[in-house]
Design a protein around this ligand. Structure first.
Ligand SMILES: NC(=O)c1ccc[n+]([C@@H]2O[C@H](COP(=O)([O-])OP(=O)(O)OC[C@H]3O[C@@H](n4cnc5c(N)ncnc54)[C@H](OP(=O)(O)O)[C@@H]3O)[C@@H](O)[C@H]2O)c1
Length: 367
C-alpha cells in the first residue's frame, strides 16, 4: 500500500515537472514571445506560426512539409479549394490552417499573417495571365505582402526571388524579380531575400519538361548553361530561417554545378532509356512566333519570355548555402527518382547506367 502511494506521488511529481516551463522553452522573436513544448517531431510544437504565401506551388509544398514536420503551425493561404488538400495532411491536427485569400485584398493578407512570427512569400508566376502580368504578381504582389507584414509587426519576412534577377535582363520575368527585391527591401528592410536557380523535383518544370519537350531545350543549340538546384535543398534552407532570430540581406542559392542543356538532355535520355531527341534546332525568331501563337491556343504553353530565358546563362555568383546550414546535392544523385516514370515498361527494372561524362566546361564548383 505504502509502496503504491509513493509510486503515485513520484508519478505525479514527474507529470508536474513535465508540465513546468523552463526558461529555454521561452524563445522570443523580434516582438512576439512563443513557447516550445512537446517531444521533437510532428507532434511537437515549436511555438512558431508561419504563413507561406504561394504554398500551393512546387516549392511551397516542400516548405510546408518541412515546417509542419518540425512542429511549426503553418497558415496556408489558397485561392482554389482543391489546391490545398494535399497540404492539410502534412502536419498534426490543427497545425495546418488553410485560409482563402486574394493578392489584391490587404485585409485578407492581414488575416493570413496576423498571428505569424515569420512570413514567406513564394508567390510567383513564370508566365503572364489575363489578370496578372509579371510586375503585378512578382513585384507588386510581393510589395503588398511585405508592407502588410511590416504593419502587422511580423518578426521575419522571407521573399523568394531568382538567381538571375536583374534590371538589365532581356527577360521581363527576371526584371520583375529584380524589381520585387527593391520593393520588398523598401517595405520590410530586414527581409531575407533568397535567390535560387532553376529547381528540380517531382513536379518540376525542368527534368519533366526535358523528358517530354526536348525540342524546346535545344534552343541556342542546347548551349545555355544553368545551375539546377534540388527543391528539397531550397525548402530546407527556407525552413531553417525559422530558428534564426534575423537574417537580413540577399542570398544566392544556386546548384553546385554549372551544366549545359546538352548535358542535361543527355542525362534525361540516359536515365529514361529513351533515345536522344532528333528534333531540329528551332531558330529563336521562329520559336518566338510559335510561342506567341501558342498563348492564344493553349495555356499555359511555352511563353515568349520563356524562349528568351532559354538563351540566358545562369549568373556565376557564389552560393550562400553556409548561412542556411545546407549543402546542395548534385542533380545526378536524384535524377532517377524523378525520371524513372518516363521509362517504358520494357526497361523499368534495368539498372541505371549514368551519368554521361561531363565536358570540361561543365565545371564542378561546390557553392
Ligand atoms: N521553380 C523554380 O525553378 C524556381 C526557381 C527560382 C525561383 N523560383 C521562385 O520561387 C517561387 C516559388 O516557385 P514555384 O516553382 O513553387 O512556383 P509555382 O509552382 O508556379 O507556384 C507559384 C505559387 O504562387 C501562387 N500564385 C501565382 N500567381 C498568383 C496570384 N496572382 N495570386 C495569388 N497567388 C498566386 C500560386 O498559387 P495558385 O496555386 O493558386 O496558382 C502558387 O502557390 C516563385 O516566386 C518562383 O518565381 C522558382
Amino acid at each position: 500500500m505504502l509502496a503504491s502511494t509513493s509510486r503515485c506521488v513520484r508519478l505525479q511529481s514527474a507529470i508536474v515537472q513535465q508540465r513546468q516551463r523552463a526558461l529555454h522553452d521561452l524563445v522570443t522573436s523580434v516582438n512576439k514571445p512563443y513557447i516550445a513544448y512537446g517531444p521533437p517531431g510532428r507532434s511537437a510544437n515549436t511555438g512558431h506560426v508561419a504563413t507561406v504565401f504561394g504554398c500551393t506551388g512546387f516549392l511551397g509544398r516542400y516548405l510546408v512539409a518541412k515546417l509542419a514536420k518540425s512542429g511549426t503551425q503553418v497558415i496556408v493561404p489558397y485561392r482554389e479549394e482543391d489546391s490545398k488538400r494535399h497540404l492539410k495532411v502534412m502536419g498534426d491536427l490543427g497545425q495546418i490552417v488553410p485560409m482563402e485569400w486574394d493578392l489584391h485584398r490587404d485585409d485578407q493578407i492581414e488575416e493570413c499573417l496576423r498571428h505569424s512570427d515569420i512570413v514567406y512569400n513564394l508567390v510567383g508566376r513564370e508566365y503572364e495571365t489575363k489578370n496578372f502580368n509579371y510586375d503585378a504578381v512578382n513585384a507588386k504582389g510581393a510589395q503588398r505582402i511585405a508592407s502588410v507584414a511590416a504593419q502587422a509587426g511580423v518578426g521575419q519576412f522571407v521573399h523568394v526571388s531568382h538567381l538571375n534577377a536583374s534590371h538589365d535582363s532581356p527577360s521581363a520575368f527576371y526584371r520583375s524579380k529584380a524589381l520585387s527585391e527593391d520593393l520588398v527591401r523598401e517595405a520590410f528592410p530586414a527581409a531575407t531575400i533568397v535567390r535560387p536557380s532553376i529547381q528540380y523535383g517531382y513536379e518540376d518544370r525542368l527534368l519533366n519538361n526535358m523528358a517530354i519537350w526536348a525540342i524546346w531545350w535545344k534552343l541556342n543549340h542546347a548551349k545555355t548553361k544553368i545551375r539546377p538546384v534540388h527543391v528539397l535543398d531550397v525548402a530546407q534552407a527556407l525552413a531553417n530561417v525559422v530558428s534564426m532570430s534575423s537574417l537580413p540581406g540577399t542570398f544566392n542559392l544556386p546548384g553546385p554545378s554549372t551544366l549545359s542543356f546538352k548535358y542535361l538532355l543527355e542525362l534525361v535520355s540516359t536515365v529514361t532509356y529513351n533515345p536522344p531527341s532528333v528534333a531540329p534546332v528551332v531558330p529563336k525568331r521562329v520559336a518566338l512566333v510559335l510561342a506567341k501563337a501558342a498563348q492564344k491556343v493553349w495555356w499555359p504553353a511555352l511563353s515568349p519570355d520563356e524562349v528568351v530565358r532559354r538563351y540566358i546563362d545562369d549568373v556565376d555568383l557564389p552560393g550562400d548555402w553556409d548561412k542556411f546550414g545546407v549543402t546542395p546535392d548534385e542533380i545526378e544523385d536524384h535524377a532517377i527518382s524523378y525520371l524513372r516514370r518516363y521509362r517504358s515498361a520494357d526497361n523499368y527494372s534495368r539498372p541505371v547506367v549514368f551519368p554521361p561524362s561531363r565536358e570540361p566546361s561543365e565545371s564542378y564548383n561546390v557553392a
